[in-house]
Design a protein. Structure first.
Ligand code: NAD
Ligand code: TYD
Length: 352
């Protein structure tokens, strides 16, 4: 694909910032536009190292602003879109589901529509890539894996809004012939992860000797992937994936929450020079998340077989790099955990 103007949405967020960095550094011939509304989850500090690069432009804007998006597409005539902007936290979707419908469904439609209006007479060389989640498949029991053929069965307002946006992307391909590709990825972890999600929240709480709020009995399973390996997969799918195909991306790396938390405690004790077992004492079992999915696990054999992708780091390596990053970036952590973050934290964990 010889596209020149590439729009990445949500590029100031966790995964988006790694994708923007990879594209800006790997493809000097592309002009990369990062469109982000800078919600609580968006942070331009994530991109300090590339902000002056000549092939990078930041655009502050909201994907749900239909006229603004239409004008932006007319102005820059994006050949490719990599769409990551979203409301992304399940717990927030439980307290404010409408915000998720607005950004994740309406926002995706606004981008699809602007792309359609621009290119519907000639789709040659164009691509709309929608980045989605494995949570659209609902929950697994003790066994089995999500494949690309697994039926959608979302349980949370977050996963329902992502499932809906996936359906609209497919519908634009079927109805208008739009060249689209979708990937559904498992739980990411790594640098720049906002500390409302399990791993960075617990790293922050261990540093500050605060309780570690484990939902329910902790016997929920997630499949963890290092964020830079997700960004590498996105690069491959964008350039080499087949039109109208879906690719599942996962870490081949299932952990029960409680086992993961205990491993994290052990690594953090070593890093902080605390006696072994000190951080485990912070584990506090709290009220379960409503509609909590028991288990996610991805069969990533299609992307491995067809595009040659596999994770480049083991979980042990990835977790060690992640912990090191949070220690080396205390200012980043301080900046995102002050102000409105504290209000969210107090409300969400009032019983912890
Ligand atoms: P994030 O919450 O860290 O970042 C989302 C970004 O989108 C933020 O920069 C935010 O400012 C921006 N944004 C939100 N609403 C916007 C709007 N209306 N207009 C423009 N920008 C807006 O999310 P993330 O974890 O980086 O996830 C990125 C994408 O990957 C999401 O689509 C998510 O569903 C998907 N995904 C995430 C994971 C994961 O484990 N985090 C796994 C699989 C898929
Ligand atoms: P999270 O990081 O929110 O990702 P997701 O809900 O998208 O999988 O949560 C990962 C797992 O950790 C999930 O089973 C919920 C659990 N969890 C806790 O036990 N305590 C917490 O404080 C958080 C945020 C999550």
């Amino acid at each position: 694909m010889d596209s020149k103007n590439i729009l990445i949405t949500g590029g100031a967020g966790f995964i988006g910032s790694h994708v923007v960095r990879l594209f800006v550094n790997t493809y000097p011939e592309y002009r990369i536009f990062n469109l982000d509304a800078l919600t609580y989850a968006g942070n331009l500090e994530n991109l300090k190292d590339i902000q002056e690069k000549p092939n990078y432009t930041f655009v502050h804007g909201d994907i749900t602003d239909i006229d603004f998006i239409k004008n932006l597409f007319c102005e820059h005539r994006f050949d490719g879109v990599i769409h990551l902007a979203a409301e992304s936290h399940v717990d927030r979707s439980i307290t404010d589901p409408l915000a998720f419908a607005k950004t994740n469904i309406l926002g995706t439609m606004s981008l699809l529509n602007a792309f359609k209006e621009l290119w519907q007479d000639n789709w040659e060389g164009k691509r709309f890539y929608h980045v989605s989640t494995d949570e659209v498949y609902g929950t697994l029991g003790e066994t089995g894996l999500f494949t690309e053929e697994t039926s959608y069965d979302p349980n949370s307002p977050y996963s329902a809004s992502k499932a809906s946006s996936d359906h609209f992307v497919r519908a634009y391909a079927e109805t208008y012939g739009m060249p689209i590709v979708i990937s559904n990825c498992s739980n990411n972890y790594g640098p720049n992860h906002f500390p409302e999600k399990l791993i960075p929240l617990f790293i922050n709480n261990i540093i500050n000797e605060k309780p570690l709020p484990v939902y329910g009995d902790g016997n929920y399973t997630r499949d963890w992937l290092y964020v830079i390996d997700h960004a590498r997969a996105i690069d491959l799918v964008f350039h080499k994936g087949e039109n109208r195909e879906t690719y599942n991306i996962g870490g081949f790396n299932e952990w029960k929450n409680i086992d993961l938390v205990k491993l994290l405690c052990k690594l953090m004790d070593a890093k902080l020079g605390r006696e072994e077992g000190a951080s485990e004492k912070l584990i506090t079992y709290v009220k379960d998340r409503p509609g909590h999915d028991l288990r996610y696990a991805i069969d990533a054999s299609k992307i491995n077989r067809e595009l040659g992708w596999k994770p480049s780091v083991t979980f042990e390596e990835g977790l060690a790099k992640t912990i090191d990053w949070y220690f080396d970036n205390k200012e980043w952590l301080h900046n995102v955990t002050t102000g409105t973050y504290q209000e969210y934290y107090d409300k969400q964990y009032q019983n912890a």
